[in-house]
Structures are given as C-alpha cells and as structure tokens.
Design a protein around this ligand. Structure first.
Ligand code: SF4
Length: 372
C-alpha cells in the first residue's frame, strides 16, 4: 500500500521552536494553493501509486491543516479519490491544532471520511505552552480532545514535546497523566529539538534560557516509555506509543519503506529508489504549477548501499527491528550491543531496547560501516 502526504503550509503564528516551512497570515493564498495542489495531484495521475498499488493512507500535515476551511479539505479529498485508486477504507489523518477547530469543523471532518486526528497539544502546562509560542492553552487542548471524542473520533493521536528548558520531571509527568486520562489511542512524545535560527534557539544560544539538561531529558524519555507501557501503550517506534491496533499506518509506511508521494510546498516523496522534494516557497509552488509543471526542487536516486543503510536506519526505529540476515556477518557486534543493554535478539530479528532507541541512528551507521 502507498501513502499520500499533503503539506498545508499555513499557520496562525509561528511557534517559537518551529523550523518547518509555513506562512503566517496568508489566507489570501489558500484558494490559489488549493488550485495548485489539485494540479500537482493530476500530474501524478498515471504514475502514482506505482506498480498497481493502492493508496492506503492519506495524511494532511503542516503547517496547520485545520486552518484551511473544511470545505477545502473536502474538495481536496474528493479530488484525490478521483485521481488515485485507493483501498476501500484508507486511514485519513488530519493534524489539528487546538484553537483552530470547533465542533462543526470536527463534525465536517468526520462526515467527509477523515477517520484519524493528530492533535498538537505539546504540553498541558500553560507556562510551557507560552514558552513554545503555541496559540492555545492547556484547557483549550483538553476541550478539543473532548469535542473530538463526542464527534465520534475514536482514533486520535496526541503530540507532545518534552525536554523543554526549565521543564521539571514533575510538570512532564502531569502532562502525561492528563494525556492518559483523556484516553487517546496514540501518543507521540518528541524530544525538543531547536534550530539556532528559531526564536527559542536564539534564546537558548544567547543563554537567556537554559539548555535542557541532557541527563534529565534521557531520564524523562526512559520514564515516559515505562509510564505509557504501564498504561497500555505499546512503544512501537522511538517517539511513538499506541494502544493495540492503533499504530499510525501512514507513518509506519515511512519506516517500512512503502512508497509515498508528498504534495505541497517542501513535501518529500519516496518511490522505489527515487527520492525527490518540492520547492519550499508557496509563491514558487503556485507559480510553477500554474504552468502545469512539477514543483520539484531536487531529486536523487539512491544506490544499493544507500538503500540498505536507509532500511536499517528506518527499521531500527521500530519495535520489530530488522532481520538478522541484513547484518549477517556482524553478529559479534550484535552480541556486544546486547551485552551493553542496547539491543535484543529474537530468533531471526534484532531490535533496539528502549535505551538503544536513544542511539538508533548511531547504531545503524556503525553497523553499516563495519566491514563485511
Ligand atoms: S503550528 Fe506546527 S507548523 Fe505551525 S509554527 Fe507551530 S509547530 Fe510549526
């Protein structure tokens, strides 16, 4: 099955830590953007999904997709189903930010077939939300989740960020406890990363606020895994936890090397050995598509060794790990990692432990660099 990602590049205001591409206060670009998106999807009509596959997941990400009027989302979805063959009930996710939807919006999403919400809560502490520059309060986030439940959304994910400057284990624990009390089926917990170019990054690098303490952040991560496991969430990927049967199919497709097409400014695609990505700027994007040309900014074809490394890096992110056969002649190294408590082995597969997840990329690079 293939996945379709649609990047909606609009945000009310820019969060202090964010370096994703999005435009503030650009409502006037929404209609030309929808027109460009439909044109872009048309240009892949005969080539995607590849090899007779069907679309198994659609993901509206951003940016803040919930800022687009839900009528626009409906038009886009109808168009996608006209253009691409899909399985009978694809997973359709939309990222929602608290403070941008009401009960009518959510009911409209439900009516048009969206069956999964990913809600950007980030924290249930108002001081932390303010530090992050989020547009909503903890109470608004909780109300959005409760309204979504009432609307019928059973499959809901909540995104959180930990490892903030000045964040104590106590406030993080409270955020997690409040999250679990709202019974989402899926929780993503990402360690804060910041780029020096963002307002938060600038404050940290100029010592206006402290750099998060690494040892404390590692302990938060290990504690989070144990806490969520205890509450029935499977730690199925480095940063992702789900109740049984509620993994995010779309993201799982990325980690299991399924083909995906990204539409919209800055979106990335992976089809077979081809990787390509779009121009970031929305004006360029709209302009190129008005001439019915693909808005591709760059592409590469990866070779056999790069494919193996990519598969290993992605596979080691998941609980299931990778087949032992992929590193056939490096079992001595596997034994060392097992002794160090970073890896475990089950008959024909190896996977990282919770502590090992913290070093997933390094382990993959190290294994790939060892001589055969
Ligand atoms: S809402 Fe999301 S995409 Fe928009 S600025 Fe905030 S973090 Fe970035």
């Amino acid at each position: 099955m293939a996945g379709l990602y649609i990047h909606i590049p609009f945000c009310k205001t820019k969060c202090a830590y964010c370096d994703f591409y999005s435009e503030e206060k650009a409502e006037h670009l929404m209609l030309p953007f929808i027109d460009a998106l439909t044109r872009e999807s048309d240009l892949y009509r005969n080539t995607f999904p590849p090899g007779g596959e069907k679309l198994g997941s659609i993901y509206f990400g951003g940016g803040t997709p919930s800022l687009l009027p839900s009528d626009c989302i409906e038009i886009l979805l109808q168009h996608i189903f006209l253009v691409y063959p899909s399985v009978s009930e694809p997973e359709i996710t939309i990222e929602v930010n608290p403070g941008t939807v009401n009960s009518e919006t959510l009911a409209h999403y439900w009516k048009i077939g969206i069956n999964r919400l990913s809600i950007g809560v980030q924290s249930f502490n108002d001081s932390e939300l303010s530090l992050l520059g989020r547009i909503h309060t903890a109470e608004q986030a909780e109300q959005t989740i409760r309204t979504a439940h009432r609307t019928g959304f059973n499959n809901m994910g909540i995104d959180l960020i930990y490892g903030l400057p000045n964040q104590s284990p106590r406030t993080w624990r409270k955020t997690l406890e409040r999250t679990v009390s709202l019974s989402p089926k899926h929780i993503s917990a990402y360690e804060l990363t910041w780029n020096q170019s963002t307002p938060l990054g600038k404050q940290i690098t100029s010592n206006l606020i402290p750099t998060p303490d690494k040892a404390r952040v590692v302990n938060m991560y290990l504690w989070t895994s144990a806490f969520l496991n205890h509450h029935g969430y499977e730690h199925y990927e480095i940063s992702n936890f789900a109740r049984p049967g509620y993994r995010c199919l779309h993201n799982d497709g990325y980690w299991t090397d399924k083909p995906y097409l990204g539409l919209g400014p800055s979106a990335h695609s992976s089809i077979g050995d081809k990787r390509f990505w779009n121009v970031s700027d929305i004006h360029d994007y709209i302009n190129v598509l008005s001439q019915n040309r693909l808005p591709i900014a760059g592409e590469e074809t990866i070779n056999y060794d790069q494919t193996l490394l990519e598969r290993m890096m992605l596979g080691l992110r998941r609980k299931e790990g990778i087949p032992l056969a992929w590193i056939n002649r490096k079992t001595g190294e596997v034994d060392r990692l097992i002794q160090a408590g970073l890896m475990s082995r089950e008959t024909d597969r190896i996977s990282l432990t919770t502590r090992g997840f913290l070093l997933a990329d390094e382990v993959a690079l190290h294994m790939a660099a060892l001589p055969e």
